[in-house]
Write a protein that binds this ligand. Structure first.
Ligand SMILES: Cc1cc2nc3c(=O)[nH]c(=O)nc-3n(C[C@H](O)[C@H](O)[C@H](O)COP(=O)(O)OP(=O)(O)OC[C@H]3O[C@@H](n4cnc5c(N)ncnc54)[C@H](O)[C@@H]3O)c2cc1C
Length: 390
């Protein structure tokens, strides 16, 4: 029996033993974890079977068809970014504790960006000062997606300002219920408040919630970011601007040659990117490499162009988006979010910013994939405390 058949058989058996309609959500997710079907490419005992990453797609297809929870959609940051970072950097105790929590539905957010640290992420200024048993953290984060609906955050903080900016950073997993954490949702152009500002004032984090060595947070963050780029590429592949545009085209385009050319070009780009993403997904284990920036850039641009075409096909109706409702405030994009092309158009504007901008992705591809000369980084070796900021 092939590995793919075995995964399929195990998933069907899970669904038989724990029918999603009559099994509690947590019980079902725990059984999925114990069966090695949460992340099939993880080792046994860590929610996996040591199998191929690509096989997970089939697990989710079967789970979704049976009405079971799908963590890849419902808690995508924890599932696709937190878990791989924990697997790569966590102690055995942390792997067991965090992976089981994520597998049973805990949501995480990513507390990286700050008002002065976006593309230049190493410039973060949130400070973590060591004290008895843990760390005292103070600072401000911004654009934190899903913060209002998450239980934990992947937090990058400065622990040694005397070191150059990429060193002297440490990575923590912050329990968002800790006193001193204040989450203020920010309204977006779509009407939702999917992301927030997060203020941290004298927040005490136990040392047992530090992920990776002290002052090695940059390396841990890179593992999170590589998985984020990969996740954005895959997610965009499934969100279907090409399909949506094609449906509208068939309904409304008439004989317009310009729309026809745009539609065909979009369809071809979609196929090329899907083939690229499918090939990348076939790698068996490990952290995605700089090549994942191809998918990140490609799908961001495809989404933006695709939803723009949808709006042009809608004509005047494109202006009739009025879902600026308070009850949309905390709705996370993804699970259950409206698939109205007008909302998707507005949301897609952020695709070339979130998870690293297209300009930065192109720099990564130029330097790390094509081997072109690197851009000058004059402050790379200076102590963080001596840098001019503002
Ligand atoms: C919808 C959304 C969700 C987000 N969610 C999160 C989240 O959950 N957690 C989190 O930590 N962050 C999140 N972010 C923040 C995101 O990662 C940053 O916005 C992004 O990294 C860009 O940083 P910046 O906004 O500070 O822009 P800046 O870094 O100020 O960049 C401004 C412009 O300058 C360009 N630029 C900057 N440096 C260079 C360079 N060296 N070469 C060429 N061009 C350059 C950029 O590409 C960009 O076009 C989110 C952002 C958005 C829009």
């Amino acid at each position: 029996m092939s590995a793919a058949d075995q995964v399929e058989r195990l998933t069907r058996r899970l669904l038989e033993r724990y029918p999603p309609q009559t099994t509690g959500r947590t019980a079902f997710l725990a059984a999925q974890y114990d069966a090695g079907l949460t992340w099939v490419h993880h080792p046994a005992g860590r929610g996996g079977l040591g199998g191929e990453r690509d096989a997970q797609r089939r697990v989710f297809e079967l789970l979704t068809a049976a009405g079971a929870p799908n963590l890849q959609v419902e808690s995508r940051l924890a599932y696709s970014m937190g878990a791989p970072s924990v697997l790569e950097w966590g102690s055995g105790e942390q792997q067991e504790r965090y992976l089981r929590a994520i597998a049973t539905g805990e949501r995480w957010c990513q507390l990286f960006s700050e008002p002065g640290a976006g593309s230049d992420l190493a410039a973060i200024d949130t400070r973590a000062v060591r004290e008895q048993g843990g760390w005292r953290v103070t600072g401000q984060k911004v654009w934190t997606s899903m913060a209002a609906s998450s239980q934990r955050g992947m937090l990058l903080a400065r622990t040694d300002p005397a070191q150059p900016k990429h060193r002297g950073l440490t990575y923590f997993v912050l329990d968002l219920a800790t006193p001193g954490v204040e989450i203020r949702p920010l309204r977006q152009i779509t009407g939702e408040a999917e992301f927030s500002e997060v203020y941290l004032t004298d927040v005490l984090i136990p040392d047992t919630d530090r992920l990776g060595p002290v002052n090695a947070g940059w390396k841990v963050a890179m593992s999170t970011l590589m998985n984020e780029r990969d996740m954005f590429g895959t997610k965009a592949a499934e969100s279907g601007p090409v399909e949506l545009a094609l449906a509208l085209y068939r309904e409304r385009a008439g004989g317009d040659p310009d729309l026809r050319t745009r539609m065909v070009r979009l369809w071809l780009r979609g196929h090329v990117l899907r083939l690229y993403a499918a090939r990348a997904a076939r790698r068996s284990t490990g952290t995605p490499g700089p090549q994942s920036s191809v998918s990140k850039v490609g799908f961001a641009e495809l989404n933006k162009d695709g939803y723009e075409l949808c709006l042009d096909l809608l004509g005047d109706e494109a202006l009739l988006y009025d879902t600026y409702e308070p009850d949309e405030l905390t709705a996370p994009s993804g699970a259950g979010a409206s698939q109205d092309p007008r909302r998707l158009f507005l949301r897609s504007r952020a695709n070339s910013i979130e998870g690293g901008t297209t300009e930065i992705m192109r720099n990564i591809l130029a330097e790390r994939v094509l081997g072109l000369p690197a851009e000058p980084r004059v402050d790379k070796d200076l102590p963080y405390s001596s840098l001019r900021r503002g």
